[in-house]
Write a protein that binds this ligand. Structure first.
Ligand code: DAH
Length: 341
């Protein structure tokens, strides 16, 4: 019996050395020291041995069992380490691989133009005033010197809402009334940027929505020369210091006198091209001295106060600067267009 125990120990230790997977290890373990293992069997049958043999067999069986337990544990730990090393190697992280690109957002080209415009006017002391897009007919037209049925209203094709007297503003000019009523009789220097809406046929040159930047200065002794100097300063800042500017007579119901502001064509430098229709000039804004009726509607006495106003199209400016030929790109939400900026 003692002989057999030594044999089992030696054999098992030898087999253990070459075992490479944990399944085989567990099988060998149960065949020897497991519940139905041979050594366990020997321990159980000690009672059947002659009494004088029992102590020696019992002692050795227990010793062998302990040594084998230790050997199995050691081999199992070794196999676990091997497995870990293998999985680390096969699932290794290649730190030299380039990362996956995270798509970055960007500013809409109109937002970029707007911010440049804000910066220029800010330097000249103009604050931003936000006015509403859903407007009353009264403010969009009547208080701007266009009473109901006034023919000048036809200059703007209008989106009306189902609520009587409420519409989508056709221009940023009604904001003038809101500012004046809020600040009268304080002097005013503001720009009023934002979206305007027109019920128009959509073409490459006209959209149903676009941005304008309105400007308004009200105070004592504001003259036409202030308007011209200010517009020229703005145009030179936006288009370049040696750009020439010119003013043409025009008509708007809310200014008197009214004018149109042109800059020398930025594409052909005034030589004449398709964009400026061979005139050498590009129209960039409507402007004028605030009409006395409008001043009065805003709460300013036209005998004491005067002011100038202007309005410019932001999409148009952006088209000219980037050579964009179709205004519909701006609000068409096509990434192929937007990602170019
Ligand atoms: N509101 C005009 C338009 O949408 C633009 C305009 C012209 C604004 C002259 C002004 C101005 O403030 O003085 O066509």
């Amino acid at each position: 019996m003692l002989e057999r125990l030594r044999e089992i120990e030696a054999e098992t230790l030898k087999q253990l050395e070459s075992i490479e997977d944990r399944g085989a290890l567990h099988r060998l373990e149960s065949a020897t020291i497991g519940k139905k293992g041979e050594i366990t069997g020997i321990l159980r049958s000690i009672g059947q041995l002659p009494p004088e043999e029992r102590p020696a067999v019992g002692q050795l069986a227990n010793e062998v069992k302990r040594r084998l337990e230790a050997a199995f544990a050691e081999r199992e730990e070794y196999l676990r380490q091997q497995e870990l090393a293998r999985s680390l190697e096969s699932g290794a992280i290649d730190v030299t691989l380039p990362g996956r690109p995270v798509p970055t957002g960007r500013l809409h080209p109109i937002t970029r133009t707007l911010r440049e415009i804000y910066a220029i006017w800010a330097e000249m002391g103009f604050q931003i005033y936000r006015s509403r897009e859903v407007e009353e007919d009264e403010v969009n037209f009547t208080l701007l010197n266009m009473p109901p049925h006034h023919p000048a209203r036809d200059m703007w094709d209008t989106f009306y809402t189902t609520t009587e007297g409420v519409l989508l503003r056709t221009h940023t000019s009604p904001g003038q009334i809101h500012v004046m009523r809020e600040y009268a009789p304080e002097p005013i220097r503001v720009i009023l940027p934002g979206m305007v809406y027109r019920y128009e046929q959509i073409t490459a040159r006209s959209e149903i929505q676009f941005n304008q930047v309105e400007g308004l200065a009200v105070g004592h002794s504001i003259h036409m020369s202030d308007l011209k100097g200010t517009m020229a300063a703005f145009a030179r800042r936006l288009y370049g210091a040696d750009r020439r500017v010119r003013f043409r007579c025009s008509h708007f119901p809310f200014t008197e006198p009214s004018m149109e502001v042109d800059v020398e064509c930025i594409l052909c430098d005034g030589e004449g091209c398709n964009v400026c229709k061979h005139t050498g000039w590009l129209e960039i804004a409507g402007a004028g001295m605030v009409h006395p009726v409008v001043l009065k509607n805003g709460g300013y006495d036209p005998a004491v106060y005067s002011g100038f106003a202007f309005g410019m199209g932001v999409e148009r400016i952006t088209m000219l600067r980037h050579g964009i030929e179709d205004i519909r790109y701006f609000w068409g939400n096509d990434l192929r267009f937007l990602e170019q900026f």
